[in-house]
Design a binder for this molecule. Sequence first.
Ligand code: ADP
Length: 320
Amino acid sequence: IKTIGVLTSGGDAPGMNAAIRAVVRTAIARGLKVKGIKKGYQGLLNEEIVDMEAKDVSDIIQRGGTILGTARCLEFKEAEGQKKGAEICKKHGIDGIVVIGGDGSYRGAQALSRLGINTIGLPGTIDLDIACTEYTIGFDTAVNTAMQAIDKVKDTSSSHERCSIIEVMGRNAGYIALWCGIANGAEDILLPEKYDYNEQNIINNIITNRKHGKTHHIIINAEGIGHSTSMARRIEAATGIETRATILGYMQRGGSPTAKDRYYASIMGAYAVDIMLEGKTNRVVGYQHGEFIDFDIEDALQMEKGINDYQFEVSHLLSI
Ligand code: ADP
């Protein structure tokens, strides 16, 4: 391997820049050339490929988003597009690619690997919804951003003795909601993995809490459940307590990464280059039990994970 490429794909996440920087600088330190591929697989097919030097990644570790840009690319889901991508890699002398993204992006990496381009995936998503790893790049920042926003909503909610439904991101996963639920001391936490869609339980909970003298009632609702605005209307009608929905939205995807996201993304970026140099391909990097490890992409995609039952139970115990 003489030249590697790096791309970010799927949704962006804070810390992706730290990962790009680590890939570029580790590769250069190991005597490789590095090419940045812009806008994910779409940029690969459009040959938006630039040489990257160590200085090209200076002053980016603290920045949110991804300097390479990211995109979703339907063409790359087809065999034709994948073949074209591999040919473009060969044309540009790219022997291997580090792909920073989620499960969908690994499918693309798997296809390239079958076509003779070495690939290593890094888990880049705020949703934490990648089964082979306890950590994903961007989750820590997103959770901190959401937590701070929820604190602010809680202040005004208490002053006005309102009920607040705050919707956090996470696609079909409830990790951001669970973490904020505990970190913000929410009264109710609605997770797609656990919610029984019984609004009467929430309504009863609000009424009981009000009787006990609580001035606020914070409900953290996960994106995977959604419908926060209509839920607020129904709850207000049933309880007589003013109820507002706040959908935090894309603010959770941006912002300067936390120390944890910078640190883990940096180690993972370096690790990806080093295992590629060991001759590994079609692998994805994860973090489990305090160690950075790697898995075959197919094995990783077959794994499943869910919300930890004990942690979910604790979230209830603490919300009384
Ligand atoms: P994520 O990587 O965060 O899961 P997506 O699912 O949107 O995000 O995937 C990102 C990109 O990866 C897609 O736009 C597409 O280019 C590529 N991709 C997704 N699924 C496949 C697939 N089955 N085969 C090849 N490429 C895929």
